[in-house]
Design a protein around this ligand. Structure first.
Ligand code: XMP
Length: 480
């Protein structure tokens, strides 16, 4: 038995001491950072791999804002791959494998595909893969005969404006404008389809200059996988769908199962970054990095919906955990992701200042429009559900997905939850929430006299505070 008697701290136990600053405005700071060894971000924010936080809508929004989302794994492999594909297809100056239908597809089949993928147009292809035409939502809108072949309503090949492979972004924009069209199939000399350029994609690219993109101009996305042997198949499907990083998602990541999984993923998918976790000690960081982890997720029991510390007695208060883990991460040149317990913008600055490269947010983003699930109304106010991934309902859902059957309520008692189900106020678009959080961080950097997150690491000085100090930090002695 060992008893460590030094005080372990979390965000509310400390404040950052203001430092002399030459920063003239919040705009003068740079929030660039590393999510993992090879993936850079413009803002240090990652949306959590929870089923009430990150599916494709959240991942898309996060990547456009300059962060990244981790698509959760509590769904079938096929669905997770489809969620990833939706992000990878969303943007990019040219869609490389645009969806198409054969000439004998019906109007109804085309409608179904457009709705399922939330897109506005489909190429119609001939028997040898050649482009026969283009069918868009406008062609289908008022067509009464759903059984009609798409060839009857499409714009035929000879009337289509097309591009040849290798056309630049500027030339594509010019062609869209000159012909007043919204879609340009990219067709090679033999008539074979090579891609599709859409006005919507070009507008998106220009609207989000800080977006997190891969070297082909597509938005980046990460995918969570578990540690069972079958998760290697899940990982393969995610990589095939275009995942840029795999996050090994296990509550106690300093475990042989997690170490084995990281090693296997690194061996099979050397082109994607693998994130290990969750750990709360320097030894945990070192053991996962030793087998190849490209970033480490830190946080045991810190999350808003976690009861791991209550149920098991284990955990390390988050600021101390980050301090210890970041020292190990910096020595190995591996970024640390501060996962759990972030409630306000100031917590983000503290989590980064202690040495983390990014923060992972769960309940703070669960109330936004982009999180999965609809809002519920309680006493006239709108809320969204957030639940721990080790909560009772998440556990039962997971078993139902794995076993493809309903779990008998009598079996529910066997579950020992380490998380809870809860509600958070609906907060509107994630863009607005992230804008506030990053605004707070930018201000924080200027208080630290730091133009970058690396300078924040160097300049940060924490001071421990008392309960009275904390009370003084909050709004006090006024009626809100
Ligand atoms: P926040 O505070 O941002 O935390 O909501 C999100 C993180 O909490 C972790 N998480 C859990 N931890 N039991 C736990 O002990 C759970 O059921 C649970 N679900 C999520 C996870 O690391 C997440 O990113």
């Amino acid at each position: 038995m060992k008893l460590r008697t030094e005080l372990a701290l979390t965000f509310d136990d400390v404040l950052l001491v203001p430092r002399r600053s030459s920063i003239r405005s919040r705009r003068a700071v740079n929030t660039q950072t590393q999510f993992s060894r090879r993936i850079a971000l413009s803002i240090p924010i990652v949306s959590s791999n929870m089923d009430t936080v990150t599916e494709s809508a959240m991942a898309l929004a996060m990547a456009r804002l300059g962060g990244i989302g981790v698509i959760h794994r509590f769904m079938s492999v096929e669905r997770q791959a489809a969620e990833i594909e939706r992000v990878k297809r969303a943007e990019g100056f040219m869609v490389e494998h645009p969806l198409s239908v054969p000439a004998d597809a019906s109007v109804q089949q085309a409608r179904n595909i457009l709705a399922a993928h939330n897109i506005g147009g489909l190429l119609v292809r001939g028997n040898n893969g050649e482009v026969l035409g283009l069918v868009t939502t406008r062609d289908l809108l008022f067509e009464r005969d759903a059984d009609l072949p798409v060839t009857a309503v499409m714009t035929p090949r000879e009337q289509l404006v097309t591009l040849s492979p290798g056309t630049s972004l500027d030339a594509a924009r010019e062609t869209l404008h000159r012909h007043r069209v919204e879609k340009l199939p990219v067709v090679d000399g033999t008539g074979q389809l090579q891609g599709l350029v859409t006005a919507r994609d070009i507008i998106q690219i220009e609207q989000w200059p800080d977006a997190t993109k891969d070297d082909r101009g597509r938005l980046r996305v990460a995918a969570a996988v578990g540690v069972r042997p079958s998760d290697e198949d899940r990982a393969a499907a995610c990589v095939q769908a275009g995942a840029d990083a795999l996050v090994v998602d296990i509550a106690h990541g300093h475990a042989d199962t997690a170490i084995g999984m990281i090693r296997a993923l690194k061996a099979h998918f050397p082109e994607v970054d693998v994130i290990g976790g969750n750990v709360a000690t320097a030894e945990g960081v070192r053991d996962l990095v030793e087998v190849g982890a490209d970033a480490i997720k830190v946080g045991v029991g810190a999350g808003s919906i976690c009861i791991t510390r209550l149920v098991t007695g284990f955990g390390v208060p988050q600021l101390t955990a980050l301090d210890e883990c970041a020292a190990a991460g910096h020595a190995l040149n591996i970024p640390i992701i501060a996962d759990g317990g972030i409630r306000i913008a100031g917590d983000i600055t503290k989590a980064l200042a202690v040495g983390s490269s990014t923060v992972m947010l769960g309940s703070l983003l669960a109330g936004t429009d982009e999180s999965p699930g609809a809002a519920v109304i309680r006493k006239g106010r709108r809320y969204k559900v957030v639940r721990g991934m080790a909560s009772l309902s998440a556990n039962i859902n997971r078993q139902e997905i794995d076993q493809r059957r309903e779990i008998d309520p009598e079996d529910w008692e066997r579950v020992v939850p380490e998380g809870v189900e809860a509600m958070v106020p609906a907060r509107g678009p994630v863009h607005d929430v992230v804008h506030q959080l990053v605004g707070g961080l930018r201000s924080g950097l200027s208080y630290a006299g730091a133009a970058t997150i690396e300078e924040l690491w160097a300049n940060a000085e924490f001071i421990r505070i008392t309960a009275a100090g904390r009370h003084e930090s909050e709004v006090h002695d006024v009626t809100m």
